[in-house]
Design a protein around this ligand. Sequence first.
Ligand code: AMP
Ligand code: ZN
Length: 437
Amino acid sequence: MVRIYSCGPTVYRYAHVGNLRTFMLPDLLCRSLEYLGYRTEQVMNITDVGHLTDDTFDRGEDKMLVSARLEKKSPQEIAAAYTEAFLEDIGKVNIRPAAQYPRATAYVPRMVELIARLIESGHAYQVDGTVYYDIASFLGYGRLSGNTTDKLMAGARGEPDPRKRHPGDFTLWKSAGEHRLQAWQSPWGDGFPGWHIECSAMSMSIFGDRFDIHTGGADNVFPHHEAEIAQSEAIAGHRVVSLWMHGGLLMLSGSRMAKSAGNFFRITELEEQGFDPLAFRYLALQAKYRAPLNFSPEGLAGADRVLRQLRERVADWSHGDVDPDEIDESWDARFRATIGDDLDLPAAMALVSELVKSSVRPRTKASQLRAWDRVLGLDVGRAVPESELPDGAADLLRTRQKARAAKDFARSDQLREQLASLGLTVIDTPEGQRIKR
Ligand code: AMP
Ligand code: ZN
């Protein structure tokens, strides 16, 4: 059993496809582990409080409250609406739902308890109702990101917060001020949690103080995950996460896809432009998970074309009499080796192409590709979707397939004419009939 905790969305706005790339990482990881014979339990949090607009320098406003003000709604309404949109969007790219989606606001008492323990053990201090983590108190600080306390001191920019002992100290609990919409009581007065303590509290509440894999985007390495390690390990007294995996960023025209910069696409937008949402998944599979990936509409169009072609082939190759399928162990062994090699999905996709072009029997190809699709999640077994075929065409195609198998060529030609009148050209290939609009 592999237990995986993943940083999820901050639900103050719609996710863009860059976010979806990061959320796809634990999905691909779980599917791969399961293919290799493990069981998995995946937890992804929903951040619905405490994520500040400037999370690198631990400043700014709470993103949830900015959206609440702009949309004239309560933070709860904002969270509910964007959580629902998030769940719909991940479904479109075949990200299987996690076992649990804990919400930060449901774990505030647990966060207060952890912060109290950090103060008691000398890892945190309180100033005017705000509690900071003392990074100098944690020897391993900087292990994950390379941002050690010394380097942070040297690189500190701008006006240092006079209440912090070290400019790199981060907020665990923030004093609420007068009119804040979301605030909780605590021993330090009314306030709200910092973003980093949320993930320590949720992961350790659900998994205890040891679990296997923690995922996030490359931009979560610092400060978010560096801070999580400092918090969780100071409390547990030992390593909590065995393995950290970070997904590379999705880039658009040379810069990181980001809502704040206005250069982003939502998956629904791409769908409205006529792309299959799974073409984005296909695109994501072309890059190593830790590498940055350039997004472009042209690249997506290419992925969309190749994916449709792959499905048409699998559909063609799946027809005909059912032979007892010979499972080709060597192909599958190679597939397992690629996903087992630090999740090398581009190599797995290269293997897909190699199999497609190979001389392996068509039916075997189709069944192997469908098996691999348990990992890839591209719906390769979906033929030209019946919804996209004119009424009656699917039946005509099946009847024609049978006629050909029975060598009734007169009937098969007659069916070809009927399909032509529906605007479909049928091409007979050694692997079976293929249709074109
Ligand atoms: P947020 O909803 O802003 O908290 O972001 C959710 C996740 O998306 C975080 O884990 C980020 O690391 C990730 N993320 C943000 N921008 C990108 C991007 N351009 N490419 C890939 N992942 C991203
Ligand atoms: Zn997190």
